[in-house]
Write a protein that binds this ligand. Structure first.
Ligand SMILES: Cc1cc2nc3c(=O)[nH]c(=O)nc-3n(C[C@H](O)[C@H](O)[C@H](O)COP(=O)(O)O)c2cc1C
Length: 162
């Protein structure tokens, strides 16, 4: 079994999760940023990670999935500033799955990630009241993904590749 972990990450949280997953995988594996991918041929499973941006998958990830995952076995992972139990989250996660609708989605991991200070300021000054309220969430996200979330990511990756 050959696995590709690929991700995009604006402020480093999804990258941290991707690297933890990669480290935990015990079969043949590669890790690459989404922007480095030329072809996904030859992999039995893709782990595709990205942040939630504006209530759904980041645009670049959406484009990548539209072009690359059709017919592939895929496990998705995402990070977001909202807490995992936020009632806002289910439709955003659905939007992520929809973006990979042509794939066989075998798993989906999500966890909270810290809102970077510059992004927090940018969101706080947004005209969109919802984005503004995420900006205000900022301080409560500090230190995420923490060790327990990273451990959950490792367990997920092991399960997906067992
Ligand atoms: C433009 C933008 C929009 C965002 N929109 C949301 C959002 O709708 N919901 C949310 O929970 N977090 C939102 N975030 C926060 C990120 O999803 C979160 O900080 C994530 O962990 C960032 O991952 P990264 O460090 O891999 O880029 C947004 C961040 C940015 C930059």
């Amino acid at each position: 079994m050959k696995v590709l972990v690929t991700y995009m990450s604006q402020s480093g949280n999804t990258k941290k999760v991707a690297e933890a997953m990669f480290d935990a995988i015990q079969v043949e594996k590669e890790i690459k940023e989404l922007s480095e991918i030329e072809s996904v041929d030859g992999y039995d499973l893709l782990l595709v990670g990205f942040p939630i941006q504006a209530f759904g998958p980041a645009e670049k990830a959406k484009q990548f999935m539209a072009q690359n995952v059709n017919g592939k076995k895929v496990a998705l992972f995402t990070t977001h500033a909202s807490p995992e139990d936020s009632e806002d989250l289910p439709p955003w996660l659905e939007a992520c799955k929809k973006a990979a609708a042509g794939a066989e989605i075998v798993g989906f991991f999500n966890c909270q990630g810290e809102l970077a200070p510059d992004i927090m300021e940018m969101l706080k000054s947004s005209d969109d009241p919802k984005l503004k309220s995420f900006g205000e969430l900022g301080p409560t996200t500090k230190g995420q993904p923490d060790a327990s979330r990273i451990e959950r990511a490792r367990v997920f990756a092991k399960e997906m590749t067992a």
